[in-house]
Design a protein around this ligand. Structure first.
Ligand code: ZN
Ligand code: ZN
Length: 324
């Protein structure tokens, strides 16, 4: 099969002919129909996440067609493979509904080969049926941008005035969910990103503007999607007493020091890590009923490096998706 392979930091992904993956017990063999490109992929390529499997096939938002199954799926079924690829089932986190924090978790496209390829295998217990009504490419971003965004939204509690800072793949989905729940969305982007701000307004954001200047209204919660530590104290300045700042990414530049006064008033800062299967089932059940629409830019598999570059410079509108 053809795959885009990551060998080491600073070197572009390499188009390679690899032997087809073989089905092991409990797995499904999938023909990849689309695979979303995530900010996390960029963090891996840039060496910001330690100890990936090497060489590695990236990609953890896989929509695949079942070629062979260990029993859970029919041949030909369409399934999604998310970031959470395996958990131990016996640690304190697994036993308390927090499998996303499993000490021995293995992640797709990081510890396990992922979907920047024509074929892949995945543990069937961690796959999801893909909701009907979404073309393959438009379903792919639901699997990480959507799922982890949704988990982040849960941690925003019942916030009515919700800030979304960094309006990329995840925010463009979360915005639609939040608006459908009757929340007021305030989208923070880079100053001067007129196109991104117009995009946010088109999805129901009541305000979109320079993230550092902040919105005109005080917020109840902010979800920070951009991997920019500077946005944490900025968001704390923008939330009311008892407000929460949720950091949704897996990596962020250092958070600058800030006066305690910004945290005072029972404000809190928390991170969101990974996803549970329950998050996935809940979100994928909900998405078609809203309905969440995803905006995607398609790239051929062999143009994965171009897709990563576009993500890095912030010029992708919605989500980037590779199509083999
Ligand atoms: Zn991701
Ligand atoms: Zn565990």
């Amino acid at each position: 099969m053809r795959a885009m392979v990551f060998d080491s930091t600073g070197v572009p992904l390499r188009l390679a002919e690899l032997s087809d993956p073989e089905l092991a017990g409990g797995q499904a063999l999938l023909r990849v129909r689309a695979c979303g490109v995530c900010r996390t992929d960029l963090h891996i390529v840039d060496g910001e996440l330690a100890h990936p499997k090497l060489p590695l096939v990236l990609g953890h938002q896989i929509v695949g067609e079942v070629l062979d199954s260990s029993g859970r799926f029919e041949r030909g079924a369409r399934v999604g493979v998310p970031w959470l690829g395996w958990t131990c089932g016996e640690c304190r986190y697994c036993l308390s509904g927090l499998e996303n924090l499993c000490d021995r978790a293995r992640f797709t496209g990081y510890d396990l080969d992922g979907g920047f390829a024509e074929l892949t295998v995945a543990d069937e217990r961690y796959c999801f049926p893909v909701p009907d009504g979404y073309p393959d490419d438009q379903a792919a971003p639901l699997l990480c941008a959507g799922l982890i965004g949704y988990r982040s939204l849960r941690f925003a509690g019942d916030a009515e005035r919700l800030g979304l800072y960094g309006f990329g793949a995840s925010a463009h989905i979360v915005c639609q969910v939040a608006v459908s729940q009757g929340r007021r969305v305030f989208a923070g982007t880079r100053a001067g990103d007129d196109e991104g701000q117009a995009f946010a307004r088109s999805l129901g954001a009541e305000w979109a503007g320079d993230v550092l200047a902040g919105p005109p209204d005080e917020l109840d919660a902010v979800i920070v999607f951009a991997p920019v530590g500077e946005l944490v104290p900025a968001a704390l300045r923008h939330v009311r007493k008892s407000g929460v700042v949720v950091c949704a990414g897996i990596h962020m530049s250092d958070i600058p020091t800030f006066p305690y006064e910004l945290l005072w008033g029972e404000r809190s800062v928390r991170s969101v890590a990974n996803l549970t299967r329950a998050d996935g089932e809940e979100f994928l059940g909900l998405a078609p009923s809203i309905p969440v629409r995803t905006e995607v830019e398609r790239f051929p598999l062999e143009e994965a490096n171009a897709a990563l570059d576009r993500l890095r410079d912030g010029s992708v509108r919605g989500a980037a998706v590779l199509v083999p």
